[in-house]
Write a protein that binds this ligand. Structure first.
Ligand code: FES
Length: 68
């Protein structure tokens, strides 16, 4: 079983994105599929990424902090 076939997991990265691993389907608010581009997907949770829903690393420069 490949990593892409396994049950999806979502792991908060400290002071950063949500890391999504496994088989998931990403969709826009209109329901259109979003290609994940990678096996592990980093979803922005700071709200500052220019490539939402993906993280582009802006959280670091912005000093985004989380509790987890
Ligand atoms: S969490 Fe990385 S840019 Fe928002």
């Amino acid at each position: 079983m490949s990593a892409a076939d396994r049950e999806a997991t979502i792991t908060p990265y400290p002071d950063g994105p949500l890391l999504v691993r496994g088989a998931v389907e990403l969709r826009t608010t209109e329901g259109e599929p979003i290609q994940p581009r990678r096996r592990t997907v980093a979803l922005c949770r700071c709200g500052l990424s220019t490539i939402k829903p993906f993280c582009d690393g802006t959280h670091k420069a912005a000093g985004f902090r989380t509790d987890a």
